[in-house]
Write a protein that binds this ligand. Structure first.
Ligand code: MLC
Length: 504
């Protein structure tokens, strides 16, 4: 399994850099595979000393830093369940996740304002509420060179390793339970499809609390015995400079990141053809960016398709045609089909329907929500993705929109109902509808249309500030419109497509 391969890499390549952190102050911290093994072991001992046992949840809200990675690997090594949380979540969102997941330990960021986590005290099952300075690893003490690395690792592929929350169109956020087997299948499929090599060096700019940054990019490198150079905050000019040094072979981004690189290049052409693999995912790659990138950087981006519940599903070929607008074909071990979403009946090539996915990489359903799990899967275990798509005769899939009400902004998913629920809490709001309007940089920008209660007034700024107090800032509307009524269908349901036509 993934952890066994990592253990193998630690013992066979102890002195090779596994991680390099490019700190904001310009300094670099290098951790070899041996040191990674040692620190993971010590962190596991620390978690054990806190009483963490198999199956316990360990919640971590830290920025992109080395301790985050040690905590992640140590938790899964112990057979406990790692629950990474976006550093942008305010207390109101954190409380939900902690109440739902009931972690034994919560580790937060000591550099956040005092009192940030006070509201989590006393939540059921939470034995330890700890804050850490992301720049120190106090529990490690003095770390010597690792003499041997032979931890007891989980052996059951069905055991849950991680929980990642996804929001729902009609429901509260659900914890997708990702097993050791899921992680292993995913990373082995990507390894085969993308030709990961142990002399690869990835410039890692993504956040690490999601499938993309944590599993595809970081696990991808560690599984291969490659080196991951971690940049905590993406900056287009710095990344363009670094990529031109020719040290790096792999780079992964979301379209917003690629758009910023492209814009940063301006009129210059910059040759990135030495890059072995540059991928784009988490949102559709616009055609103009695909072609612009090719012209400016002499590189054809490889677009792939995944989701939290599954990790990666489809990918353009590494060595054959990378087709504009397409997300490619099923990865090794993945089955994909297009069906009529009403009947789950497969459709012929060329017809648009829902994309459904099956394979050992698909998560074990949702944490303590059996009814949501049942809804998400067909009787014969196909996952309903909620994405619409079409398969060409030669096997390439193309996405054609979403069956579900979802906005993707900067590669992050935002479900309008969670924003609408917050808007409805505002005393002046009588009714609301949240839509995504196309945006060249962010993919979509969140727009809220509001009907106010009689006699009430408010402003766009006040509404945005109100949302930011209750939601992570990327979920807050960027634009607020005040309307008299909404277009509705015969059943009284707001027609969001019409709203988008009118206001976007
Ligand atoms: C930040 N902001 C956003 C945002 N991120 N607004 C909309 N959408 C987003 N995603 C806002 C902040 O609130 C802030 O506003 C301002 O933009 C600057 O914030 P920032 O944090 O400094 O942003 P920046 O560093 O510029 O980051 C932008 C980014 C980042 C694109 C680099 O969002 C990013 O790394 N996205 C990647 C997301 C990702 O990894 N997704 C994978 C999901 S897994 P203000 O007003 O407060 O200043 C998945 C499965 C799969 O989907 O297939 O991969």
């Amino acid at each position: 399994m993934f952890l066994d391969t990592l253990a193998h890499n630690i013992t066979t390549n102890p002195d090779k850099p596994a991680l390099e952190l490019l700190a904001d102050d310009g300094s670099t911290e290098i951790i070899t595979y041996s040191e990674l093994g040692n620190r993971t072991t010590r962190t596991a001992q620390y978690l054990k000393s806190l009483g963490v046992i198999e199956g316990d949840r360990v919640a971590v809200q830290l920025p992109k830093c080395m301790p985050f990675i040690y905590l992640h690997l140590a938790t899964v090594q112990l057979g406990a369940i790692f629950l990474p949380l976006n550093p942008a979540y305010p207390l109101s969102e954190l409380s939900y996740f902690v109440n739902d997941a009931e972690p034994r330990v919560f580790i937060g960021d000591a550099t956040k304002p005092a009192g940030t986590y006070g509201g989590l005290n006393g939540i059921n099952g939470l034995d330890h509420l700890i804050t850490l300075d992301p720049n120190t690893s106090v529990w490690l003490g003095e770390v010597e060179k690792l003499e041997s690395y032979n931890p007891t690792l989980p052996t059951d592929p069905d055991q849950i390793a991680m929980m990642l929350y996804t929001s729902g169109t009609t429901s509260r956020p659900k914890g997708a339970q990702i097993t050791h087997g899921n992680l292993t299948t995913n990373i082995e499929g990507l390894h085969e499809a993308w030709g990961w090599q142990n002399d690869d060096v990835i410039l890692h700019v993504l956040p690490i609390f999601h499938v993309h940054g944590l599993i595809v990019a970081l696990h991808g490198a560690l599984h291969t015995g490659a080196t991951a150079v971690m940049m905590p905050k993406f900056d287009a000019d710095t990344v363009l400079d670094l990529l031109q040094t020719k040290r790096f072979t792999v780079f992964m981004g979301v379209p917003t990141i690629h758009r910023r690189l492209y814009n940063a290049a301006g009129d210059k052409t910059i040759d990135l053809s030495h890059m072995r693999l540059m991928t784009s995912g988490s949102d559709r790659l616009p055609d103009d960016l695909f072609f612009g990138y090719q012209k400016t950087f002499n590189y054809i981006l490889l677009e792939r398709y995944g989701m939290t519940e599954t990790g990666m599903n489809l990918s353009n070929p590494y060595q054959a045609e990378r087709r504009v607008g397409s997300v490619g074909m099923p990865l090794p071990g993945v089955s994909a089909r297009i069906v009529n979403p009403e009947t789950d009946e497969p459709l012929p090539d060329g017809e648009v329907g829902e994309v459904q996915i099956k394979g050992a990489h698909v998560c074990k359903g949702y944490w303590r929500q059996p009814e949501k799990t049942a809804e998400a899967f067909t009787e014969d275990s196909w996952l309903r993705t909620g994405d619409m798509g079409v398969r060409a005769e030669d096997g390439y899939f193309t996405l054609k929109g979403r069956a579900k009400d979802l906005i993707i902004t900067g590669g992050l998913n935002v479900y309008p109902p969670e924003v609408e629920l917050v808007l409805m809490e505002h005393p002046a709001v009588a009714a609301c509808a949240v839509i995504g309007c196309p945006d060249p940089e962010w993919g979509e920008q969140i727009t809220a249309a509001l009907i106010l209660k009689d006699g009430q007034t408010t402003t766009e700024d006040e509404i945005i500030t109100f949302c930011r107090e209750h939601l992570a800032s990327y979920k807050a509307p960027r634009r607020v419109l005040f309307v008299e009524s909404f277009p509705q269908n015969a059943l009284g349901k707001i027609q969001k497509a019409k709203l988008r036509e009118t206001f976007c």
